[in-house]
Design a protein. Structure first.
Lengths: 192, 192
DNA sequence: ACATTAAATTGACTGCGGTCATTTTAATAT
DNA sequence: ATATTAAAATGACCGCAGTCAATTTAATGT
């Protein structure tokens, strides 16, 4: 049966993922070594790369899952009516994405799919983010002279900007959120 | 004399830079190998790393110089009065920054200084970009409800966004500029 | 049972960035 | 001239991601 072979494959992959998740929980993302993962899973180095294109592909899944959890929470919450609420809703996501410089780098690198066919986990979450925030804007309460999708894309741009600036000097959550609020205000509620 | 020692140091560094520049002109940024650079300069591997913290530090200088050349041109040009002119002014810079995926990655990684003390070449050019565009906005012609500096920072955010999206699917300058115009219009000339 | 075949796994090997104890160079003191 | 000393240069070495020809596993045909 083909099922059998697939089963072995899936088991190995699940084992690799489980070990990787465990190691990340222990030592963080940047410290993850493929060598440790394969040792923990009891397979050879090459097996790792027959399951994942490269280390980034694994990170894409791990970090993408993390982002997804936060988007779930955001989708669950009541839609924000003010910029303050909007910023507050972003806090956990922001914290997750900037927990390590390495994590942010990976997100930046993988936030756009390399090709149309193979859209990665992180790139998918960015699409989700656009959909989610666009839905908020369609409910009204913010500027209406441009499409909600465009508003959402701008959010993404400013989110990235704020996180990038955050790594410039000293890591300071307070500053990050303050800056985000300024950007969001200017983008979502222009007073011309 | 202390001068003598400094001279040797400067000569070696200049030789490394010259060889690196030459190699990049030949094969592009991503293909540069430190091994080739030191061989071309006639020094040992370790010498490279006593002159540059890491490979990124060299790239910072090379790419930073490239960006600076384009900023020189932009500063020379007559200040843009419309969004179309603004986008047109960005064309060469945009082309340079997206000539290689690797170049864009390096720019993203180094656009924020890691620490306050050591602001790199690329990070400096981003400061220059803010100053330049802020000066344009202070002349008027665009929205005035927020500080020119903030407007400029938004430009940077959208510029990054457009370049990132550019690497998502097929590389297409036309689309990149079109998208940039939409963003700039919405950011600089809100019609609320 | 046995042969065939395709997928899954293996691990020695490569490429390349980066390190560091050691050696060389050259400026200054005696 | 010679000793001293600090900077500069050296290159063997390391860590780690990623490769690939060879081997094992397991499903299918006869």
């Amino acid at each position: 049966m083909i099922k059998q072979m697939q089963k072995r494959t899936l088991e190995t992959r699940a084992r690799l993922m489980a070990v990787a998740t465990q190691l990340v929980a222990q030592n963080g993302y940047a410290a993850l070594r493929t060598e440790e993962v394969v040792q923990g899973a009891g397979v050879a180095k090459g097996t790792f790369f027959s399951h994942f294109k490269d280390k980034d592909a694994l990170m894409d899944l791990l970090i993408g899952a993390g982002i997804d959890r936060h988007l779930d929470d955001m989708a669950q919450a009541t839609p924000p009516a003010t910029v303050e609420e909007l910023v507050a809703l972003h806090r956990p996501l922001l914290r997750f994405m900037t927990q390590e410089r390495y994590v942010f780098d990976v997100i930046l690198r993988l936030s756009g799919a390399a090709a149309v066919e193979e859209i990665g986990a992180i790139a998918t979450t960015f699409g989700r983010y656009i959909d989610l925030t666009a839905a908020w804007f369609r409910r009204g309460g913010f500027r209406r002279d441009i499409p909600a999708e465009l508003l959402a894309e701008g959010m993404q741009a400013f989110l990235t900007q704020v996180m990038a600036l955050n790594f410039c000097a000293l890591h300071d959550d307070q500053k990050m959120e303050a800056r985000l609020e300024v950007y969001f205000q200017a983008w979502l509620c222009p007073k011309v």
